[in-house]
Design a protein around this ligand. Sequence first.
Ligand code: PLP
Length: 362
Amino acid sequence: MKYERSFNFSAGPAMMPEKVLEEIRDEMMNYHGSGMCVMEMSHRSKVFIDIYEQAVADLKKLMNIPDNYKVLFIQGGGTLQFSMVAMNLMKNGKAVYVETGSWAKKAIAEAKKVGEVIIGATSKDDNFSYIPDCSDMDIPEDADYVYICENETINGTTFHKLPNTKGHILVSDQSSMFLSRPCNVADYGLIWGGVQKNVGPAGMAVVIIREDLIREDIDPNMPIYMMYKTHAAADSMYNTPNCWAIYCCGKVFKYLLDLGGLEKMAEMNEHKAKILYDFLDSSKMFKTVVRPEDRSVMNVTFRTESDELDKAVVKASEAAGFDNLKGHKSVGGLRASIYNAMPEEGVVALVDFLKKFEAEHK
Ligand SMILES: *Cc1c(COP(=O)(O)O)cnc(C)c1O
């Protein structure tokens, strides 16, 4: 291998495209003749504003974002958005949440601090191993929005079809699937994603919000950083933004455009996931837990018959040069996160390893 890099199956922070890392390396000491690293630049300088504007323009192109949506870069990672969404969008103090797993539950817990949460559908009865039917939920007329976690990173499920919101605003946490497949932005009022899962370095979220949802009539006592209008009015530069993350994300947006856009990316991702799921379906030792039609293309969860054997798999995988195959501590088992930047050869190598492990432990 060129750099002796491992196949890193981490759920996040996760792999970035090698080409992007190389570009960042080449620009490290002197970005485009500025005599500075991007880390050293004023966020008010022309050279940085250009980086920011290009990143926004490229994301808009990549996702085909309509003109009445605003792209915001906000610090606080994914977690701050659990609070911001509820604090800004709960006008009537009521929202419907779909409970699909660990990350939906965290969002629900924060929203409950702000207003009334109605669980429109849940898959709690079977350990969040499937996406509940959301075609005919009970949605009060005055509910402010319907919230989903579109890909549950820990449980390994994904919405392959959006819920029927009956005309209400759809809010989606896309953190662990952001830019993994095409998405019709107009179907949503707000899309957000922590970027360290599928795009760039940790510590920032991208928020795509329909302009009419950026409220001016918000409680003036709310901390100013928590208001979307603060970030929207200042083009994400109310305070010093996470310049480094914006720069790295911009590189990934450009990389995806050059690759052929999100259709192409989705095709590659589905192909990678199929290689792994096909093996798991044929294996006697490894079992998937998620209902097949709700399987995530990004986070593949599986397990053996025992915790001891799961541990042995992890140990052997590390010796073989694979990292982070252990399932999340809250659910156990095994998990391979195969985001955009995981090359197909990494998935093929993982399958070869698992096959060999199975043959040796019959
Ligand atoms: C990781 C993750 C988050 C939280 O992101 P942080 O940046 O760690 O706060 C939220 N939602 C989903 C779906 C995630 O995978």
